[in-house]
Design a binder for this molecule. Structure first.
Ligand code: ADP
Ligand code: ADP
Ligand code: ZN
Length: 233
C-alpha cells in the first residue's frame, strides 16, 4: 500500500524528541522510528555490523549514511508488513545531514509517501547538557527518564516493563559535546532545507514535558487532517 504520511522530529540531543515521540505517536496514528534505538537494538548482537556501528556510536560520531539508510529502510519495510494500516512514521534522529535528507526524499518518492511536517524542538544548549547528564533509559523497551525531571516511580526501574535503567554509553561529557557540535554543523542547517518547503513547525521545547506535548499536538493535528498534506487512509 502506498501513500504513507510521515512526520520528522528535529532538535538537538536532549531536546525531548524521544520523550515526546513516546507520547504523541499513537494518538496521531504514527509509529515512532528512532535510528538511535534501531542501532542500540542492533548492537546487542555479536556480528561485524554490530561492531562497526559500535565503533562510531560510542565516540558520538555519525554511523555512515549507507549503513544508516539500510537500517531505516529495513524498519520501514517491516512496518509495511506488520502494520498495513499505519498512517506514517514519526522519524526521530533521521535525517541528520544534507545527504540523508536527499536520500530520504528519493526513497519516499519511490514509495509514493510524503513528509507531512517537520517538528522543530528548540532548547538552549545549557539546558540540554543538564538534561543529558541526568538521562536514564530502559535497555529493554527504550523508555526515557531523567533522575530529576522525569524520575521513574521506583528508583532505578522502568515504569513500563520493570527492567533496570541504565545511562547511555554515549552520554559522557565528551560524547555529548561532540554530538551537539555535529548537530549544529550538520543537522540544524536542514531546517532551512525544509523551511523552504513550508514544512517546519517551530515548538518551544524549553517548557514542562506536558506543555511541550500539547504544543506539538496542537500544531500537528490540523496538518495531519489536511488532505492536501496527507491523504487519509
Ligand atoms: P532526545 O531524544 O531529543 O535526545 P530525550 O527525550 O531523550 O531527548 O530527553 C533528554 C532528557 O531530558 C531525558 O532524560 C528526558 O527525561 C529529559 N526531558 C525531556 N523533555 C524534558 C522537558 N520538557 N523538561 C525537562 N526534562 C526533559
Ligand atoms: P542522540 O540524538 O543523542 O545522538 P540517538 O539515540 O538519536 O542519540 O543516536 C545515537 C547514535 O546513533 C548517534 O550518536 C549516532 O552514532 C547513531 N545515529 C543515530 N541516528 C543516526 C543517523 N541518522 N545517521 C548516523 N548515525 C546515527
Ligand atoms: Zn522498559
Amino acid at each position: 500500500m502506498a501513500g504513507r504520511c510521515h512526520v520528522i522530529l528535529i532538535g538537538p540531543q536532549g531536546s525531548g524528541k524521544g520523550t515526546q515521540a513516546a507520547r504523541i505517536a499513537a494518538p496521531l496514528g504514527l509509529v515512532h522510528v528512532a535510528t538511535g534505538d534501531l542501532f542500540r537494538q542492533l548492537m546487542t548482537r555479536d556480528d561485524d555490523l554490530a561492531r562497526e556501528v559500535r565503533s562510531y556510536y560510542d565516540r558520538g560520531e555519525l554511523v555512515p549514511d549507507d549503513v544508516t539508510l539500510r537500517v531505516l529502510l529495513s524498519r520501514l519495510d517491516e512496518l509495511e508488513r506488520a502494520m498495513p494500516n499505519y498512517r506514517g512514521a514519526l522519524l526521530d534522529g533521521y535525517p541528520r545531514n544534507r545527504s540523508q535528507a536527499e536520500a530520504l526524499d528519493r526513497v519516499l518518492q519511490d514509495r509514493g509517501d510524503t513528509i507531512a511536517a517537520v517538528v522543530h524542538l528548540a532548547v538552549p544548549r545549557a539546558v540540554l547538557i543538564e538534561r543529558l547528564s541526568g538521562r536514564l533509559i530502559c535497555p529493554q523497551c527504550g523508555a526515557t527518564y531523567h533522575r530529576v525531571f522525569a524520575p521513574p516511580r521506583v528508583e532505578g526501574l522502568c515504569d513500563q516493563c520493570g527492567a533496570a535503567l541504565v545511562q547511555r554509553t554515549d552520554d559522557t561529557p565528551e560524547a555529548i559535546a561532540r554530538r551537539l557540535d555535529t548537530y549544529e554543523q550538520q543537522t540544524a542547517p536542514l531546517l532551512e532545507y525544509y523551511r523552504q518547503r513550508g514544512l517546519v513547525l517551530d515548538i518551544d521545547g524549553n517548557q514542562p514535558i506536558d506543555e511541550v506535548t500539547q504544543a506539538i499536538l496542537s500544531a500537528l493535528e490540523p496538518v495531519l487532517g489536511d488532505p492536501a498534506r496527507c491523504r487519509s487512509s
